[in-house]
Design a protein around this ligand. Structure first.
Ligand SMILES: [Zn+2]
Length: 266
């Protein structure tokens, strides 16, 4: 066995930094004077050569291999163990955060969907109410339009065989101060005269002027919402024949038609 062959076995361990003591000293002394062994060491220090040593190939000498294995077994593993966990824990937070964000988004979406559904229900309910109000308003408009239509045929029905008499109907709503008055079969107005409607309050106060009117050729007349004081409860209504300018404080003329309310004294 030449000196080269003897040191060749130690070169691998030396390349791994596992050669100690006298053997290391001897190898280093030999390397100083042997270019061939230095070249061999360079090759061994390459990644490929080191990998070849760890594989179960036929090349590495048995003694060197055994010492290499024991050297590897004796190698402290701590740095390797320490190196991995921070990496892993650092990375593992990102998926967690991503899932939290996704969950938050899903919850937000569910909340929005519920809100949207509630809003749609409210809208549908409002639309239904609006439509209901609208149809009521349409009905009311139809009623008023028919009542007030001068073209509409208005025929008073009376007891069979009796002659048509002057009549009137007052519909009063104290809450809104709304008053609709409809008269029929009124005698034609004498010259410089006018009909005037009076509201008699329930509290016994003075009669309140509720509008002047002239009947049409058939004796029909209508009064809608004349200006009235607030909160007056009506006991009765009376139509009088007044001077053409009307009366304001109290009826001066004679009653033509009188309501069937209480306390009709005039
Ligand atoms: Zn040599």
């Amino acid at each position: 066995m030449s000196a080269h062959e003897q040191f060749a076995e130690d070169l691998a361990l030396y390349a791994l930094g596992s050669l100690e003591g006298d053997e290391r000293q001897a190898l280093e002394t030999h390397l100083d004077g042997c270019a061939a062994c230095r070249r061999e060491l360079e090759l061994l220090r390459g990644d490929v050569s080191l990998l070849a040593l760890t594989a179960a190939g036929p090349k590495p000498p048995v003694r060197a291999r055994q010492r290499l294995m024991s050297a590897i077994a004796a190698e402290p593993r701590l740095p390797v163990v320490v190196a991995t966990p921070p990496d892993r824990s650092q990375r593992s937070w990102w998926p967690t955060l991503a899932w939290v964000a996704v969950a938050a988004l899903v919850l937000a979406c569910i909340g929005l969907l519920r809100q949207n559904s509630a809003l749609q229900q409210n809208l549908a309910s409002l639309q239904a109410r609006f439509s209901e109000q609208g149809s009521k308003l349409d009905q009311a408009n139809d009623v008023v339009a028919t009542l007030l239509d001068p073209e509409a045929t208005k025929i008073e029905l009376v007891a069979a065989g009796s002659k048509p008499q002057p009549r009137g109907k007052a519909i009063y709503q104290r809450r809104n101060r709304n008053l609709i008055f409809i008269a029929s079969n009124l005698p034609p107005l004498p010259a410089e005269k006018i009909y005037e409607l009076w509201l008699f309050p329930a509290n016994g106060g003075a009669p309140i002027a509720a509008g002047l009117f002239k009947p049409d050729q058939r004796g029909s007349a209508t009064l809608v919402n004349p200006p009235l004081p607030e909160g007056v409860t009506a006991k009765n209504f009376v139509v009088t024949l007044e001077p053409e300018s009307g009366s304001h404080e109290a009826p001066r003329g004679t009653p033509v038609i009188v309501g069937l309310g209480e306390g009709v004294g005039e």
